[in-house]
Design a protein around this ligand. Structure first.
Ligand SMILES: [Zn+2]
Ligand SMILES: [Zn+2]
Length: 59
């Protein structure tokens, strides 16, 4: 049972939006990178993807 009273569809929609936002937060905003934070050393340093020249995760 959903205590907030959303329909199942609405609840799914909200869950999707949260997931999308979480994904966005983990993507490097460096134009030439756009890889995930976990592709970067310690989630914030050099990008480990081959040929990527990103040297710092950009939030
Ligand atoms: Zn990268
Ligand atoms: Zn990056």
């Amino acid at each position: 049972m959903d205590k907030k009273g959303y329909s199942k569809e609405k609840a799914n929609e909200i869950a999707q939006a949260i997931v999308k936002r979480e994904i966005q937060r983990r993507i490097c905003k460096n134009e030439s990178c756009k890889h995930f934070s976990y592709d970067h050393i310690r989630n914030e340093e050099v990008c480990l993807v081959a040929d990527c020249r990103c040297r710092e995760f950009t939030k």
